[in-house]
Design a protein around this ligand. Structure first.
Ligand code: LLP
Length: 439
């Protein structure tokens, strides 16, 4: 299983005991100490992903900023790490904003996204003085103008455009095509620019597009850049709009399985930067500041899920099911997107592979399968299975289905493990229920 090691955080090794070690911590020891399912994040990998984006884009486009899309996963510890790394934060709800606040994240570095922000959320964003509001639709534009006007403010805004570009990804995570709930299709966008430019309570600083997630090709980004910059020129001519910020969203792919390598960040950075530079020169536009919003590519590889094997069931001639103590409750991605993962036996990294198994979860759904048909060493009850690339969109999409408890999270590095989120308790499950008497 040496061959799967590159999917795990950079610091991953096999130690003398034949166990998977990450950040200098024995994962089998972590499972024993903190229980399973357990999510761990490797601090040095988190920081190096931040640097990879900062430097990757900075090298080709000096006036660029990295804004972490925190829907991929955020909690107080991670927010503090990203603040220290100089990143901004893309939030999509008052909840994500509350987590950012609790970590004293600098409000001016926050971008507020969302296709249906409430009046309360907009009030709060203005109250807190967050950096930018990315306006999604005319309803929101009108509401924001009214709220800002009433408060005597003039927030910096971007408009989210729907560039009509197919990013060739799963349809559930494709957002750039015209039939999408996100953003302004171009004719509507013109109305929005006209209104924003006339308003004394809105400061239109730029345009945004996010075409989807887990995008392995660079080309769709380039087409989105063209559409957005052409639109910016037209709006300059008609309404005097100047684009000082171009936000091209997130979507950068990571390698989940050995057979699906992803392009390095520098490939996206070089191609996107050079397209913006040449296009702006051709169109006679001053170079705008470039904002990129990676989520998955910042946290994905840093996160690992540890499970304990329970029942192993053979259906002769058909399949061997190995059941673990988590599943769709903490990782809905295989059930929702047919997402593929790989795994290793963390307590027997040097064991020979023995045959195909299907790693199933413990939830009451047949679709609760984490990995179908993966070659593993013989697994039995008590073994620890580690899934790589679980840092993005597992924990934030976790549920309490079957009244399961959401897992604990530890941060590992330099041989130390720190609990950064405790496991839920049964009291957490019942804590929101109120006393009630029949009759
Ligand atoms: N910016 C905006 C406006 C977004 O909507 C998103 C993700 C991102 C940035 C970050 O995209 P990333 O770099 O992480 O691909 N739950 C799905 C992914 C949903 C992505 C939603 N928007 C999954 O598990 O694959």
């Amino acid at each position: 299983m040496l061959s799967r090691l590159p999917l795990f955080p950079i610091s991953s090794q096999i130690n003398e005991a034949g166990h998977l070690s990450i950040g200098g911590c024995d994962t089998v020891g972590l499972a024993a100490e903190f229980g399973t399912p357990l999510y761990l994040f490797d601090e040095s990998n988190l920081r190096s992903s931040c640097a990879e984006f900062r430097n990757g884009f900075g090298r080709f486009y000096p006036d660029s900023k990295v804004v972490y899309a925190c829907k991929a996963f955020i909690n107080r510890a991670l927010a503090a790490i990203f603040a220290g790394e100089g990143l901004g934060l893309d939030v999509v709800s008052a909840g994500e904003l509350a987590i950012a606040r609790s970590a004293d994240f600098p409000m001016e570095r926050i971008y507020f996204h969302g296709n249906n922000k409430s009046a309360e959320e907009l009030e709060q964003a203005l109250e807190l003085g967050i950096g930018r509001i990315v306006v999604d639709n005319l309803h929101e534009l009108k509401m924001l103008e009214e709220i800002a006007g009433r408060r005597g403010l003039k927030p910096d805004i971007l408009l989210r455009l729907l560039p009509g570009v197919d990013p060739h990804t799963h349809r559930y995570i494709s957002t750039g095509i015209i039939d999408s709930k996100f953003g302004f299709p171009l004719p509507r966008a013109e109305e929005a620019v006209a209104q924003a430019m006339l308003s004394s309570s809105l400061n239109l600083v730029g345009l945004h597009s996010h075409i989807g997630s887990l995008i392995f090709e660079v080309d769709p980004y380039l087409r989105a850049v063209d559409v957005v910059l052409d639109f910016a020129v037209a709006m300059g001519e008609r309404y005097g709009f100047k684009i000082s910020e171009l936000n091209i969203g997130g979507g950068y792919a990571i390698r989940y399985t050995m057979d699906t390598p992803a392009p390095p960040v520098s490939n996206y950075a070089e191609a996107i930067s050079s397209r913006i530079t040449t296009r702006c020169r051709k169109l006679g536009l001053a170079l705008p500041r470039l904002i990129v919003e990676p989520g998955r590519a910042i946290v994905g590889r840093s996160g690992v899920a540890l499970y304990k094997v329970g029942a192993v069931k053979d259906i002769p001639g058909i399949r061997r099911y190995v059941a673990v103590d988590g599943g769709m409750g903490d990782n809905i991605r295989p059930a929702l997107y047919e997402a593929r993962y790989e795994a290793v036996a963390a307590n027997r990294m040097n064991a020979e592979e023995s045959g195909k198994v299907t790693i199933a979860g413990k939830f009451c759904e047949s679709g609760d399968v984490l990995i179908r048909d993966i070659v593993m060493p013989a697994l039995s009850s008590g073994d620890i299975v580690a899934l790589p690339c679980c840092g993005a969109y597992c924990l934030p999409m976790a549920s309490n289905y079957n009244a399961s408890l959401k897992p604990a999270v530890v941060l590992v590095g330099e041989g130390k493990a720190r609990l950064i989120r405790r496991r839920e308790t049964f009291d957490d499950l019942t804590g929101c229920d109120l006393d009630w008497k029949a009759g």
